[in-house]
Design a protein around this ligand. Structure first.
Ligand SMILES: O=C(CO)[C@H](O)[C@H](O)COP(=O)(O)O
Length: 317
């Protein structure tokens, strides 16, 4: 049998390179930004990367409509404004949006359930791109299916735009639990595990041997406070994505960081605190100090109150 660590798509030098880029983002915070000023604040606050998009999930949730890839003009402005890596989102299955993002030179493409899915059956064939991809997952099977398609980074889906961390916790706990369960199986049992998880045997075997995913495992969706970030890191996340928790004032209204110094200071305080808490996630004293420095926190929306059909996390498979 082929050695899954050296053969097949996953062993390709191109995927190892993409995963290497993802490894460089470990231990940091990736912040959603909707304009150049937000991107500058994120960089100054110590974000490891920014995600360029037109509306953060809280706004998409409040306003409805079809959520698509951001305008290339906005992405180019943000790429030009910061020196940290820039990510941008494509709709699930929308390989033409991903082609545009690759042409624009973004550092990572997020095939994201936050946008309105473009294909009800197929995710993007991510091996066909030189730009690395990150994808969301709620469980190990979903994570491994995305990795099989070429994803170089996995993140929990959580329930984006709520400020409620409960589903990010659920997804991270499930992925970690399912990985642990694989490590005690013998080789003959792994075939059935692959069937149960709906994932390629080679990847299941790789995870069973290593006790971890073959790509970095980050967390996203509903992370809104420094303590939320510390919680996710302690549960096994290797980095944190924060969208709606930093730049939003009301559910559909962002802080005016361009014209209002007080609101700008509020965004800076939230951004810095999340970065500090992510770095020092194992030190409650530092997380306490970071939390104290925050002025204003996203009010949020309890994920349990959302109708099944309005969940973003159930998009993708
Ligand atoms: O799609 C994302 C990660 O790739 C978003 O950045 C993230 O899910 C935002 O969620 P929230 O607004 O709840 O922080």
């Amino acid at each position: 049998m082929a050695d899954p660590t050296t053969n097949g798509n996953f062993g390709s030098s191109s995927l190892r390179l993409k995963t290497g880029l993802a490894e460089m983002l470990k231990g940091g915070v990736i912040m959603d930004v909707m304009n150049v000023e937000q991107a500058r604040i994120a960089e100054e606050a110590g974000a490891i990367s920014v995600m360029a998009l037109e509306r953060v999930p809280a706004m998409i949730r409040a306003e409805g409509g079809v959520a698509r890839m951001a305008n290339p003009k906005l992405i180019k402005e943000i790429v030009a404004a910061v020196s940290i890596p820039v990510m941008a989102k494509a709709r699930i299955g929308h390989f033409a949006e991903a082609q545009v993002l690759q042409t624009l030179g973004v550092d990572f493409i997020d095939e994201s359930e936050v946008l309105t899915p473009a294909d009800e059956v197929y995710h993007i064939d991510k091996h066909a791109f030189t730009t690395p991809f990150v994808c969301g997952a709620r469980n190990l099977g979903e994570a491994l299916r995305r990795i099989a398609e070429g994803a170089a980074m996995i993140r929990t889906k959580g329930e984006p735009g709520t400020g409620d961390v409960v589903h990010a916790v659920q997804h991270m706990r499930q992925i970690v639990r399912e990985i642990k369960a694989l490590t005690v199986l013998d080789d003959s049992e792994l075939y059935n595990a692959a069937k149960v998880h709906g994932a390629p045997y080679e990847l299941v075997r790789m995870v069973a041997k290593a006790g971890k995913l073959p790509v970095p495992n980050f967390s996203a969706g509903g992370i809104a406070t420094p303590a939320d970030a510390a919680l996710m890191m302690q549960l096994g996340a290797e980095s944190i994505f924060v969208g709606s928790g930093i730049f939003m004032k009301e559910r559909a209204t962002p802080l005016d960081v361009e014209n209002d110094p007080k609101e700008r200071a509020e965004a800076v305080s939230r951004a810095k605190a999340i970065v500090i808490a992510t770095t020092h996630y194992n030190d409650p004293q530092i997380v306490a100090e970071a939390s104290e420095a925050v002025t204003g926190t996203m009010k949020g929306l309890a994920a349990a109150a959302i109708e099944e059909r309005d969940l973003m996390q159930t998009r993708g498979w």
